[in-house]
Design a protein around this ligand. Structure first.
Ligand code: UD1
Ligand code: CA
Length: 476
């Protein structure tokens, strides 16, 4: 945009979203790692606007929370007069006195619009004499949207809402995307004439189009390059449609950046995640939140990562991880559960049916099978036998376990925290380690095994076990 006309952005987010049938305000429903409103704000922030006003009313405190800490963005409260027209009227009144630039109106429930489309809409608006330029789209099924009604010469005459449309008008496939640029002065003048005389008893913003034309002004419509970006979310069917379109866009983006994604249909990547070149994603994998994945890592199938950091060439199969750091070349799964604060150093291994919480696993160390490790620091080159359990919770407090470098433990050990195993220590099978183990010591806690000969024959005579034992003895 070369033009330096002042730009204000108004985002409509006051509606109840009745058709969602939700206690959560519609604009706060999430897709692709942000709320619907979050996507609109994220796009709006990429435009050079002097002021951004978000109109709120339904559950206003929850919606306003999303706006906190975003510089230049302010909430405007809508009053009891309903409708998009009233919402914009109040937002325009809340702009700095005498604002006479362009006003870009966005809907908090139209999340897929991209900044290029908006920039092109603004450019077009500024290069013509139109008082208003709206974004339109031609849909196979226009049901529910306002229709763009054109005059015989093709110019935009008015917008008719679904509920006010005649059969002939309802048959029009060109819809109003709910995204417009207006010149501030004529927007103010027209809104002053908008009434609630319509099927929904609301002040329609869309009436401004008809009023501008009646005043002899021009209104232009620009068709979206891809009709799908105009999708408005009114119910949960449209919510999942929007999520799928957004996901396909994100997946394609990373594919073009050099990520192999075997099955785009079952791979879900949030807008907020980052992937490096030569990452491979296998089917049914979710890369969510602020997750970052470094070069060469291989993730999936059946894996979910939320807010994780994955190092180069790590391999993660059938795992569920949140707020975990997985080092370069580390190997996770199948069937591993990494909870907040799990930190695997380079080359570490967390294997099958293993849960790790708030613990550091040192370089090259292995927790391969059937274990729970919580609040533990593990040094380098450690191998924990199958079934290692840290008893980190005494029913009141959590305690730490410290395991030194090169410790190898026997199978089925319990480490009763707080407890320390010194470097190079070993433990026997089934040990319950309650006392610190000095470096290089072998810890045994299980009583020596005692065999009571002939016990089965004496106490279980006539059973299959006794018969089998008798046969084995006579064969000896
Ligand atoms: C609106 C348009 C319709 C367009 C469609 C595009 C009007 C009258 N209709 O219809 O032409 O095709 O969007 O998606 O504008 N809102 C407020 N205050 C209100 C009412 C709504 O801020 O009093 C907000 C809502 O939170 C929502 C947006 O405005 O983010 C649109 O409202 P909604 O009720 O969804 O309008 P649609 O019926 O979809
Ligand atoms: Ca809508």
């Amino acid at each position: 945009m070369t033009d330096n006309t002042a730009l204000a952005i108004v985002i409509l987010a006051a509606g109840q979203g009745t058709r969602m049938r939700s206690s959560l305000p519609k604009v706060l429903h999430p897709i692709g790692g942000r709320t619907l409103l979050g996507h609109v704000l994220h796009t709006a922030q990429q435009l050079p606007a002097s002021d951004v006003r978000v109109v709120v009313r339904h559950e206003r405190d929850r919606v306003v929370q999303v706006l906190e800490d975003i510089p230049g963005v302010e909430a405007v409260d809508q009053d009891e007069i309903p409708g998009t027209g009233r919402a914009v009227q109040l937002a325009v009144q809340a702009l700095p006195d005498g604002f006479d630039g362009d006003v870009l109106v966005l809907s908090g429930d139209v999340p897929l619009l991209d900044v290029d489309t908006l920039a092109a809409l603004l450019d077009e608006h500024r290069s013509t004499a139109a008082e208003a330029t709206l974004l339109s789209a031609t849909l196979d099924d226009p049901t529910g949207y306002g229709r763009v009604i054109r005059d015989a010469d093709g110019s935009v005459a008015r917008i008719v809402e679904q509920k006010d449309a005649s059969d002939e008008e309802a048959a029009v496939a060109e819809i109003n995307a709910g995204v417009y640029v207006f010149r501030a002065a004529s927007l103010r003048d027209s809104l002053a004439q908008v009434t609630t005389a319509n099927a929904q008893g609301e002040m329609y913003l869309t009436d401004v189009v008809r009023l501008l034309r009646a005043a002899g002004r021009q209104v232009a419509a620009r068709a979206a390059r891809d009709a799908r970006i105009a999708l408005g979310v009114n119910d949960r069917v449209q919510l999942s449609e929007a999520a799928a379109i957004l996901n396909a866009r994100i997946v394609n983006h990373w594919q073009r950046q050099g990520v192999t994604i075997q099955d785009p249909a079952t791979t879900w990547i949030d807008d907020t995640a980052t992937l490096a070149q030569d990452v491979t994603i296998l089917p049914n994998t979710h890369i969510l939140g602020a997750t970052t994945v470094a070069e060469g890592a291989k993730i999936g199938p059946d894996t979910s990562l939320v807010d994780c950091e994955v190092g180069e060439n790590a391999v993660i199969r059938r795992a569920d991880a949140t707020l975990a750091v997985i080092g370069a070349g580390a190997n996770v799964g199948p069937y591993a559960y990494l909870r907040a604060g799990a930190e695997l150093a380079a080359g570490a291994k967390v294997g099958t049916y293993v849960e790790i919480k708030n613990s550091q696993i040192g370089e090259g160390s292995k927790v391969p099978h059937l274990s729970y490790i919580g609040d533990t620091t593990i040094g380098r080159g450690v191998n924990l036998g199958a079934g290692a359990i840290t008893a980190n919770y005494d029913d009141i407090h959590k305690h730490r376990t410290e395991i030194g470098d090169e410790v190898h433990t026997g199978s089925h050990n319990v480490f009763v925290a707080p407890v320390k195993l010194g470097a190079g220590a070993k433990t026997g099978a089934g040990a319950v380690v309650r006392k610190d183990v000095p470096a290089g010591a072998l810890a045994l806690s299980v009583a020596p095994q005692r065999n009571v000969e002939g016990w089965v024959e004496k106490n279980r005579a006539g059973t299959a076990a006794a018969d089998a034992a008798a046969r084995a003895q006579s064969a000896e």
